[in-house]
Design a protein around this ligand. Structure first.
Ligand SMILES: [Zn+2]
Length: 434
């Protein structure tokens, strides 16, 4: 499984992180179904230009200039920030997390292959891929070529043969020294944005593999270009058996969340700085199917926080005894998640288990098993004493009875009540105050 990673020039926004949670769920669902997953993700630390279509300045070098840091420092800093977000959202790390700058040789090799086959041409600012030579260039998006061309004309480069052609290798500007640049058979420069994913996926997963993911906006540009150049270079079709794309998290009113518009909400601004558990965001995204757009508002945080805390409380109230996984419930949960990752339905199944007449211990075992997919850290919640627990009425009655016994110095009765409470899954800890 190959998933496109971040361009490391700023903090990832919540929309970016929605995609990574969806991919994590996919990976967990496959693992839960006993598949062995080899997951590769790239880190784009060079070559992603401001215009997406090989025009404008390199995003990482631009931030370096405005902050007085080196491009390498910027890339390292935001790579760490990204990894931190993955950890906070309980996303399982990829088996391989590879940087574009560590794989320049592989990218040059693939461009050479394309050149030998006659799919490339040179213009003043770089080596480009001739998309008109690929018969089914739009097969991933199913868009009409005319529509794609129209979109591409917005950032037209007059020297290109076709508006949809894209850069494989960009030359360093003559009047300015870049921080990240390498020698190549075509001159000093740096790779285009798309070639890194083709070169690294083939390097780490082979010329053909099962799953490739990203956000929906990758379909018509980034993934279309990755697909065209990889299948051309290797000659092996299909390159990828299954493509999965996650829908956007939009700002209120359907506006696209974009760093340039200043509309950026991050895990830090919306959760960590407000002392809200970041897993509340993970929970919020699980309430919307990954192919449905989600709209961002403060209300989402409030309702997700309530929903998540409610779930934790209910689970804490089950006690600490772990029984047997209920087979029927597990079959239902499996049907939900295998129905194109229907997580809203899977969460409803969790609530059904909580309401069922299973024993508390079996409920707990079953839900903790589901959490291998949900990734909501529910096991930790059971152990975490800081969570406010609603004490069930029967336990409270026993506690009251025990207090009376202790006040009367009836230690034998108090100890018996303590054991009875323990057998129900609650432990009494006396403090000096008592
Ligand atoms: Zn990619």
């Amino acid at each position: 499984m190959y998933t496109c990673g971040p361009t490391v020039y700023g903090f990832p926004h919540l929309g970016n992180m929605r995609t990574y949670v969806f991919e994590d769920i996919l990976k967990r669902v496959l693992t839960y179904n006993n598949f062995k997953v080899n997951h590769v993700m790239n880190i784009t630390d060079v070559g992603h230009l401001a215009g997406d279509r090989d025009m404008g300045v390199d995003k990482v070098e631009k931030i370096a200039k405005t902050t007085g840091k080196t491009a390498w420092e910027i890339a390292d800093f935001y790579t760490l920030a990204f990894k931190d977000d993955l950890t906070k959202l309980n996303i399982i790390f990829p088996d391989t997390l590879c940087k574009a700058t560590d794989n320049i040789k592989e990218q040059i090799k693939m461009i050479e292959k394309l050149e030998k086959k006659g799919y490339t041409y040179k213009i003043s600012d770089g080596i480009y891929f001739d998309t008109s030579k690929v018969a089914d260039y739009t097969k991933l998006s199913h868009q009409k070529l005319e529509e794609l061309k129209e979109g591409a004309r917005v950032e037209a480069n007059v020297e290109k043969k076709n508006p949809t052609d894209f850069a494989l290798w960009k030359f360093s500007p003559k009047d300015e020294k870049r921080q990240m640049e390498w020698p190549s058979p075509w001159g000093i420069g740096f790779p285009g944005w798309h070639i890194e994913c083709s070169a690294m996926s083939v390097k780490y997963l082979g010329e053909q593999f099962d799953i490739h993911c990203g956000a929906v906006d990758f379909i018509s540009l980034h993934h279309t270009n990755e697909l065209a150049q990889t299948e051309t270079a290797t000659g092996k079709i299909p390159w990828v058996n299954y493509w999965l794309h996650g829908a956007f998290l939009n700002m209120t009113g359907g506006r696209k969340m974009a760093k340039s518009a200043g509309d950026v909400v991050t895990l830090h601004t919306e959760f960590i700085n407000k002392n809200i558990n970041p897993l509340v965001y993970r929970f919020a995204t699980l309430n919307v199917h990954y192919r449905k757009p989600m709209e961002w508002s403060d209300d989402i945080t409030v309702s997700a926080k309530n929903g998540y805390e409610n779930l934790l409380n209910k689970i804490c109230n089950l006690g600490q005894k772990i029984g047997q996984i209920n087979k029927e419930s597990k079959a239902k949960f499996l049907a939900d998640i295998n129905d194109d990752l229907n997580m809203p339905k899977a969460l409803a199944t969790v609530q059904e288990v909580l309401k069922s007449d299973l024993s508390d211990a079996d409920k707990l075992a079953t839900i903790l098993d589901f959490d291998k997919v949900l990734g909501l850290n529910l096991e930790n919640a059971v152990k975490n004493e800081n969570i406010k627990i609603e004490i069930p009425k029967n336990i409270q009655a026993l506690l009251n009875e025990r207090k009376i016994a202790r006040d009367n110095k009836d230690w034998k009765k108090a100890d018996a009540l303590r054991d009875q409470i323990l057998s129900l899954g609650f432990e009494v800890k006396d403090t000096n105050k008592d």
